[in-house]
Write a protein that binds this ligand. Structure first.
Ligand code: S3P
Ligand code: PEP
Length: 441
C-alpha cells in the first residue's frame, strides 16, 4: 500500500487556525504537576504522540489523572515530591518505560527518576532515540550522585536508573541540547541537597531554558542564574500546583501557517500565541516581517499577510529557534532575490534531532530545484528559478513533512512520504493546512 499524501497546487491561503497546545509546555507542565502538592487542571494540553508518551510513563509510575473526552484537559493529582517506582527486586529492571522519540520526555524523565533510590527502572526509546545523545545529561547527573547504567550502547538509551542524586556542584555541557539543562533544572528543587549547575561552553536553544524557568515559577519554584552560566537552587523543596494552567498554542506549529501567508498572500491568523508568549519560536514572525511580510499581534493571536515582495535572502544565526528555522529554509525557495542565498547558521544540533536535519533538508531542498551547500553547522540555500514538483522523503521527521507541504504554494504539487509522522506533535496538521488553502485557480 502506498504511504504518501499528494498536495495539489495551492493558489491562495486565507483563514484562521486554532493552534494545538505547545509540546514543550505540555510535557513540562505534566511533569511538574505530577510532582506538585495538589491537583492541577491543565487546559489546552497537546494531544499527540510525544505527550502520550509522557502520560503513559506517568501512569506507569502511579500518577493519577483524568483526561477530558477530547484529551485537551487533564486533571492530574500531584504526589508532592519526586517521581518514584516502588521496586520489589533489585536484580532486574522492574519497570520499563518506552518513550518513542520524544526528547521532551526521555531527557526530563531520566533526570526526574534519578533522585529516589532502589528503583531499577529501564528507560528506552525507538531506534532513532537510541541514536540521539544523552551523555552530557548522564555525566552531569552522575556528578550529583545518580546511579545510571547504559544497557546497550555507551552514551545512549536504553539506560537503567537507580536514583541516588543528592546535589552539589555539577558541570554540564550546553552545546548539544538545552533539554539536558532543562531536565536537571526541573529535578533539582526536589533533590535532598542544594545544587549549583555550571554550564560549560556555549548553551544552545536558550529560549527553552527561559521556558523551563518560567513554568517552574508557575509551579512555585524560582531559580536564579548568572547569565545562563551558573544556576543555583536549594534542595528539598516542593512544587505547588497553580490549580489551573492554560497551555499556550504551539509556536513552532504556528510557523507553517504564518509562512504560508507570507509566501502566498491572503491573511492567516493563528490563535493561541501572542507577544507575551513564553516560547522562543514566536520570534519567527519578526523574521517574516524583516522579509517584507506584514505581521500584527493581538490578544492571543498573531496575524500575517504577504507584503509586496518577499526577500528571504537573509544571513541569520537561528540557534535560538531550531524548530521554526526549518520553515525558514522552505521560505528561502520563494525569495525574489534568486542570486543571493538564505544562510542559516549555528544549527549543528539539527543533526541530532528526529533526523539528521541538515542532511535531510539539504537533500530534499535539492529535489525541488534549490542549490544547497550543506556545512557542518550551516546551510546556504539558493532559490531555483522555478520550484519543481517532487516526492519528499520525511525520515520519520514530522517537521520535514510539515514544512515541505509549503511547496504546494509554488504552483506545483508535492508528495509527502509517510505523512503520519506529523503525529509526533501535530496530528491535525493536514486538516488545518487544507482549511486555509484554496486549490481553485
Ligand atoms: O526543551 C524543549 O522543549 C525543546 C528544545 C529544543 O531542543 P534542543 O534543546 O535539543 O535544541 C527543541 O528543538 C525541541 O523541539 C524542544
Ligand atoms: C526536536 C524536536 O523534538 P524533541 O522534543 O524530540 O527533541 C522537534 O519537535 O522538532
Amino acid at each position: 500500500m502506498n504511504n504518501f499524501i499528494k498536495l495539489d497546487p495551492i493558489y491562495k491561503v486565507n483563514g484562521t487556525v486554532s493552534l494545538p497546545g505547545s509540546k514543550s509546555i505540555s510535557n513540562r507542565a505534566l511533569l511538574l504537576a505530577a510532582q506538585s502538592v495538589g491537583t492541577t487542571r491543565l487546559i489546552n494540553l497537546l494531544d499527540s504522540d510525544d505527550v502520550q508518551y509522557m502520560l503513559n510513563a506517568l501512569y506507569k509510575l502511579g500518577i493519577q489523572y483524568k483526561l477530558s473526552s477530547d484529551r485537551k484537559i487533564c486533571e492530574i493529582d500531584g504526589i508532592g515530591g519526586p517521581l518514584q517506582f516502588q521496586n520489589k527486586s533489585s536484580l532486574h529492571p522492574q519497570l520499563t518505560l518506552f518513550l518513542g522519540n520524544a526528547g521532551t520526555v526521555v531527557r526530563p524523565l531520566i533526570a526526574a527518576l534519578s533522585i529516589v533510590t532502589s528503583q531499577n527502572i529501564m528507560l528506552t526509546g525507538d531506534v532513532r532515540m537510541q541514536e540521539r545523545p544523552i551523555h552530557h545529561l548522564i555525566h552531569a547527573l552522575r556528578q550529583g550522585g545518580s546511579q545510571i547504567n547504559y544497557l546497550k550502547k555507551e552514551y545512549h538509551v536504553p539506560v537503567c536508573l537507580n536514583g541516588g542524586y543528592r546535589g552539589g556542584t555539577i558541570i554540564i555541557q550546553g552545546n548539544i541540547s538545552s533539554q539536558f539543562l532543562s531536565s536537571i533544572l526541573m529535578m533539582i528543587p526536589l533533590a535532598p541537597e542544594n545544587t549549583c549547575i555550571k554550564v560549560d561552553g556555549k548553551l544552545v536553544s536558550k529560549p527553552y531554558i527561559d521556558l523551563t524557568l518560567s513554568i517552574m515559577k508557575i509551579f512555585g519554584i524560582t531559580i536564579q542564574h548568572q547569565d545562563y552560566k551558573i544556576f543555583y537552587c536549594e534542595g528539598n523543596r516542593l512544587y505547588v500546583s497553580p490549580k489551573e494552567y492554560i497551555i499556550e498554542g504551539d509556536a513552532s506549529s504556528a510557523s507553517y501557517f504564518l509562512a504560508a501567508s507570507a509566501i502566498k498572500g491572503g491573511t492567516v491568523k493563528v490563535l493561541g500565541i501572542d507577544k507575551h508568549s513564553k516560547q522562543g519560536d514566536v520570534y519567527f514572525s519578526d523574521i517574516l516581517n524583516r522579509m517584507g511580510a506584514f505581521v500584527s499581534w493581538g490578544d492571543n493571536y498573531i496575524e500575517c499577510t504577504r507584503g509586496t515582495t518577499l526577500n528571504a535572502s537573509i544571513d541569520i544565526d537561528v540557534n535560538h529557534m531550531p524548530d521554526a528555522a526549518m520553515t525558514l529554509a522552505i521560505i528561502a525557495l520563494f525569495t525574489i532575490e534568486k542570486k543571493i542565498p538564505m544562510i542559516l547558521r549555528n544549527i549543528y544540533n539539527w543533526r541530532v534531532k528526529e533526523s539528521d536535519r541538515l542532511y535531510a533538508m539539504a537533500t530534499e531542498l535539492r529535489k525541488v530545484g534549490a542549490k544547497v551547500i550543506e556545512g557542518y553547522d550551516y546551510l546556504y540555500i539558493f532559490a531555483p528559478q522555478k520550484i519543481q514538483s517532487a516526492y519528499i522523503n520525511t525520515y520519520h521527521d514530522h517537521r520535514i513533512a510539515m514544512c515541505f507541504s509549503l511547496i504546494a504554494l509554488s504552483g506545483v504539487s508535492v508528495i509527502i512520504d509517510n505523512p503520519q509522522c506529523i503525529c509526533k506533535t501535530f496530528p491535525d496538521f493536514f486538516n488545518q493546512f487544507f482549511k486555509i488553502s484554496n486549490t481553485q485557480q
